[in-house]
Design a protein around this ligand. Structure first.
Ligand code: ADP
Ligand code: MG
Length: 300
């Protein structure tokens, strides 16, 4: 696999002293969908802005298809399409904004027109084509922002929280468009705090918390150490915790305990006989569990 983005020892300290990224090392490969998963404030947007040359790093280096972001920012920008969390296009109609964007990237007129209509149709905003963007709802505006990158078909497509204000039906449509970029050869980078979105889209995931990368890998690789299932117990008595400690790895949050073990059946039997256990549920392991385990109990 050829690396498309190579990040070395990347640190970002804002002027107010906030350390948003701490010595990150990361490679993103060609034609993959790479998801950066982390809670608010993790440093996701900062990382995407540095890759895209919007912000400068404090230390370290980033290469985008071999170009050093510090030395050839213009070359880097030509390769990237960026859908922002907050919509950037505003004081013009939906169609005109997308048209202007596409023309900047040299998409031939007939082709561009078709791509715009297809995207607006797909996301159910074709009837808004001649509406001024600031008159749209936030979810509709977000769809325009997504179309901007979809019509561009850039070498590197970046989506910052792509479905944050979009309803569930719309989310699936956005996800399907994002996936379709792979067939045009794009490498896709997505930042999100939505586990379902990450599980649905990612070829590989990076888990980012407080400016640090906690893990990078495919979803299966990340889940593997935890097994397929987790037991979730509701307890009424904290003494239960010391009694089940030997059964596997546990994470406690309030009255709930999650137990990871490769012998779940035996664990269920043993726990059933204990006082102070209100309920036991068997759940599939998700990226949420991976995150809980890596942070020692912090929820996404
Ligand atoms: P995320 O996108 O994961 O929510 P951000 O990259 O936006 O995280 O922010 C990471 C950290 O940097 C947060 O603590 C945030 O408050 C801080 N931060 C972001 N932008 C700025 C800025 N322009 N000036 C100072 N601090 C900032
Ligand atoms: Mg952000």
């Amino acid at each position: 696999m050829k690396e498309v983005i190579n990040i070395q020892n990347l640190t970002k300290v804002y002027k107010n002293g906030v350390v948003a990224l701490k010595g990150l090392n990361l490679k993103i490969y060609g034609n993959e969908i790479f998801v950066i998963l982390g809670p608010n404030g993790a440093g996701k947007t900062t990382l995407l802005y540095i890759i895209s040359t919007i912000l400068k790093p404090t230390e370290g280096s980033v290469y985008v298809m071999g170009y050093d972001i510090a030395k050839e920012p213009g070359k880097v920008r030509e390769l990237i399409g960026f859908a922002f969390t907050e919509v950037t296009l505003f004081n013009t109609t939906v169609y005109k904004a997308l048209w202007a964007h596409g023309r900047i990237y040299g998409i031939p007129k007939n082709e561009l027109r078709q791509r715009i209509l297809d995207c607006l149709n797909e996301l159910d905003i074709i009837n808004k084509a001649d509406t001024i963007i600031w008159e749209l709802s936030s979810g509709q505006r977000k769809r325009v922002e997504i179309c901007k990158v979809i019509i561009q078909r850039p070498k590197i497509a970046i989506f910052d929280e792509p479905t944050i204000t979009i309803d569930i039906d719309g989310k699936h449509k956005v996800w399907s468009l994002i996936k379709s970029l792979k067939k045009y050869g794009s490498t896709v980078i997505i930042a999100t705090n939505d586990i379902y979105e990450a599980e649905y889209l990612a070829d590989r995931v990076a888990i980012l918390n407080k400016g640090e990368l906690l893990a990078v890998g495919s979803i299966d690789e990340l889940k593997k150490p935890l097994g397929r299932e987790v037991l979730e117990l509701e307890i009424s008595d904290a003494s239960v915790i010391s009694k089940i400690n030997h059964l596997g790895r546990i994470i406690v949050s309030g009255n709930y305990v999650r137990l990871y073990s490769d012998k779940l059946q035996d664990a269920v039997k043993e726990i059933s006989s204990l006082n102070g256990v209100i309920s036991i549920r068997r759940l599939n392991v998700t990226l949420d569990d991976v995150f809980l385990m890596l942070t020692g109990g912090v929820k996404l």
